[in-house]
Design a protein around this ligand. Structure first.
Ligand SMILES: CC(C)(COP(=O)(O)OP(=O)(O)OC[C@H]1O[C@@H](n2cnc3c(N)ncnc32)[C@H](O)[C@@H]1OP(=O)(O)O)[C@@H](O)C(=O)NCCC(=O)NCCS
Length: 202
């Protein structure tokens, strides 16, 4: 017997109101202490320092990299390609006091149909605990919800990172749940907290 089609027909634009804005455009967003901007080639040394920083590695749950020529090349290739990605937004956080790269904010895993995405950030050793991460989010969120027309942004933060959680809560992210024991650390298993912010939460 021939297999019967059981799926409903898919309409080309089922939810036209849920389309997002243009992720291929990389804006410059200027605040008091930071500028969010596209990446530059001369950011690479500061990026390399941040990615080897033990606190960044620990708090983002990353594997420590063996820092050799191949890793350097991978970094150069990855960041050279950030400004032309059509389906995500990666922006450098520049410290206005120095004009230098101190970190990054990223909107990725964009689900256009449902106008949602995932957020991550990191700030290198020279930029932390100076209010820069909080201001970077304050600049990014209005752009994400207004210009990019997102409805929901989610993130995960490990339970041993109260500073990041504080920054996210200040920005309006709410806790939605706990992913139990998702990360193996030298101190044992760690949970991740799932948080999200909706456009109407702002
Ligand atoms: C998380 C991160 C982006 C925050 O940016 P930042 O510029 O360092 O943070 P800010 O200085 O803007 O704000 C830190 C806030 O946390 C608070 N804080 C600092 N340490 C804290 C702690 N141990 N417990 C609770 N709150 C803490 C500060 O008091 C401040 O809150 P306030 O403005 O109400 O006083 C940055 O520290 C970072 O990249 N860290 C390493 C990588 C990382 O954790 N990435 C996120 C993974 S989810």
């Amino acid at each position: 017997m021939a297999e019967r089609a059981t799926l409903l027909p898919i309409r080309a634009t089922p939810y036209p109101g849920a389309m997002t804005g243009d992720f291929s455009r990389k804006p410059t967003l200027t605040g008091d202490r930071v500028v969010l901007r596209p990446f530059r080639e001369d950011d690479n040394p500061a990026i390399a320092t941040a990615l080897q920083d033990l606190e960044v590695i620990r708090l983002t749950g990353s594997e420590p990299l063996t820092w050799d020529e191949a890793a350097e090349q991978k970094l150069r290739d990855w960041y050279a390609a950030r400004n032309t990605q059509p389906d995500r937004l990666d922006l450098a956080i520049e410290d206005r006091a120095t004009g230098q790269w101190v970190g990054e904010v990223v909107l990725y895993e964009v689900d256009i149909r449902n106008a949602n995405c995932t957020f991550r950030t990191l700030i290198g050793p020279s930029g932390r605990d100076r209010g820069l991460g909080s201001e970077a989010l304050r600049l990014l969120l209005p752009y994400a919800f207004t210009t990019l027309a997102l409805h929901r942004i989610e993130l995960h933060v490990f339970d041993f990172n109260p500073r990041a959680r504080r920054v996210y809560e200040k920005a309006g992210f709410q806790v939605e749940g706990i992913q139990r024991e998702v990360l193996r650390t030298p101190d044992g298993w760690a949970d991740a907290v799932q948080m999200a912010i909706l456009n109407p939460d702002r």
